[in-house]
Design a protein around this ligand. Structure first.
Ligand SMILES: Nc1nc2c(ncn2[C@@H]2O[C@H](COP(=O)(O)OP(=O)(O)OP(=O)(O)O)[C@@H](O)[C@H]2O)c(=O)[nH]1
Ligand SMILES: [Mg+2]
Length: 317
């Protein structure tokens, strides 16, 4: 493990991949890894890219990554949070871009994460992956998520700059407003602008943004893109950079970062607490308790109290 950490610190890509696998699987020693690399994190620009399924996020992320890679010597990190929803394998997304296949330059490092099976939740696992990439030296780190659920909104909050990708004619005008996605967007990309209705969508987004209180330091720009051809991608990158630069002047930035750090700590606590309770009572113990609750023999409150008592004796008041 020491050797692995050393290789990691030397910037070895294989070491990065191995560390990420351990961290994602919560293999023994992964918390020690996270602890020792955390102090080196916090340098990368973290960019969130979110939008509805098939809106062209991966295509756009690939283009942006190529842009960033051409501008500096750093390796660009990409975290693709892959929806494991039933339709992700269906016909609708049959043509989705697999980013794993895309990089040939050796300057982009891509990691796909499954969305299921993370004890502390997806956002917790994703923040660890971002931390590891950041500590390793990737910059920027882009995180692609399908912006629908709370998990995804939480992930978007990991980013300093969030790009919301909308597409014309997909009912996104209404959907975006409904899902509260407008609030997380620092930059809006109207992708597939080669299709009808881009102008209409832009007006709808602008109208929604105009509802934001006056005096906000940052007015989210709207950029029209065609990810497949690369049109507008340079301008999108410039707006993302401009947003990053403005963060230092925006008084809300430190409050936002503080909130994110707090939420992250709470998620870690949840994960570790649940993990230690499960380790103490075992799968059998848990199932037995569930059976007792189902038959109304026990109530979940006292069961929880009892289980907590195992890991923290004498805590009950
Ligand atoms: N016409 C047009 N098609 C595009 C554009 N951008 C992406 N596409 C196509 O849209 C499809 C979906 O693109 P992806 O990049 O996989 O979209 P995504 O948002 O990452 O999809 P998921 O990750 O599955 O949610 C692909 O067939 C792309 O070629 C665009 O600007 N114009
Ligand atoms: Mg994608």
């Amino acid at each position: 493990m020491k050797a692995l950490l050393e290789e990691f610190r030397e910037g070895n890509v294989r070491a990065l991949a191995r560390v990420l696998t351990r961290v994602e699987n919560r293999s023994p020693g992964s918390f020690e890894f996270l602890r020792s690399v955390f102090p080196s994190s916090g340098k990368a620009r973290v960019i969130g890219i979110t939008g509805s399924p098939g809106s062209g996020k991966s295509t756009l992320v690939n283009r942006l990554a190529a842009e960033y890679a051409s501008l500096s010597d750093s390796i660009v990190g990409i975290v693709a949070v892959d929806p494991s929803s039933p339709y992700s394998h269906g016909a609708i997304l049959g043509d989705r871009i697999r980013m794993q296949d895309a990089d040939t330059s050796g300057k982009v490092f891509i990691r796909s994460m499954a969305t299921r099976g993370h004890l502390g939740g997806l956002a917790s696992a994703a923040s660890d992956v971002v931390t590891v990439m950041d500590a390793w030296g990737a910059d920027p780190v882009m995180v692609e998520t399908v912006g629908v659920g709370q998990d995804e909104v939480d992930i978007a909050k990991l980013a300093d700059v969030s790009v919301v990708v909308l597409v014309p004619g997909a009912g996104d005008e209404i959907q975006a407003l409904k899902a509260g996605i407008m609030e997380i967007g620092d930059v809006f990309a109207i992708n597939k602008s080669d299709m009808d209705g881009a102008g209409r969508l832009e007006s709808a987004v602008r109208a929604a943004l105009d509802l934001a209180p006056e005096g906000d330091a940052w007015r989210p720009p709207i950029v029209r893109t065609v990810a497949t051809t690369g049109e507008g991608v340079e301008q999108l990158r410039e707006e993302i950079d401009r947003c990053h630069r403005s963060l230092g002047q925006d008084p809300r930035t430190s409050a936002r970062r503080r909130r994110a750090a707090r939420e992250r700590l709470i998620r870690i606590l949840q994960e570790r607490l649940v993990a230690s309770v499960l380790a103490a009572c075992g799968e059998h113990g848990l199932e037995a308790a569930v059976t007792a609750i189902l038959s109304r023999e026990r109530d979940p409150y006292s069961v929880a109290e009892e289980l907590l008592e195992i890991v923290s004796p004498g805590r009950a008041s």
